[in-house]
Design a protein around this ligand. Structure first.
Ligand SMILES: [Cu+2]
Length: 168
């Protein structure tokens, strides 16, 4: 009985560890393009996060990477138009709005998971590369693992209950 409880506990712990990390993959974050600022201007996200900029103002805006990684082009005011970009590599990505950069309409996306910063040296370091390449197993396999663990937990509990009742 004690062993069964231990097994059940371990399974639950594994679930608690694996499920959130599975959900952390492929997150979505929204940044509003207001007149004339990004809201929120500076965000921090997990690798694999898709950031979607939503036109929420009356002026035309863009989201344009200083490094040339993305450029939404002009999104007309009042259109509710959107632009999305997925961030896989750790680092800090600065961007601006072409017509309103001089008004301070700038922002940044910081991707966690490494020591990499805007510095090219840090990005190219073996540590950062290894972290970026690992990525973790696909979401589906993690969820399958979690489901399997859940089944094991329920099976063990059911077995314990039946034994106690003398059914086995
Ligand atoms: Cu703008």
């Amino acid at each position: 009985m004690r062993r069964l409880l231990l097994l059940a506990t371990l399974s639950l712990v594994a679930l608690l560890i694996f499920v959130p990390s599975a959900w952390a993959q492929g997150q979505e974050v929204t940044v509003r393009m207001e007149d004339n600022f990004f809201d929120p201007a500076n965000i921090t996200v997990e690798p694999g996060t898709t950031v979607t900029w939503v036109q929420s103002g009356n002026n035309p805006h863009t989201t344009t990477s200083y490094d040339g990684l993305w450029d939404s082009g002009m999104i007309e005011g009042g259109s509710g138009g959107t632009f999305s970009f997925t961030f896989d590599e750790p680092g800090t990505y600065d961007y601006f709005c072409i017509p309103h950069e001089s008004l301070g309409m700038i922002g940044s996306v910081t991707v966690t998971g490494g020591t990499a910063t805007a510095s090219p040296t840090a990005t190219a370091s073996p540590t950062a590369t290894a972290l970026a390449d690992t990525g973790g197993p696909p979401v589906t396999s993690l969820l399958a693992l979690a489901a399997t663990l859940a089944l094991v937990v329920f099976g063990v509990i059911a077995l314990a209950v039946l034994r106690r009742r003398g059914a086995l």
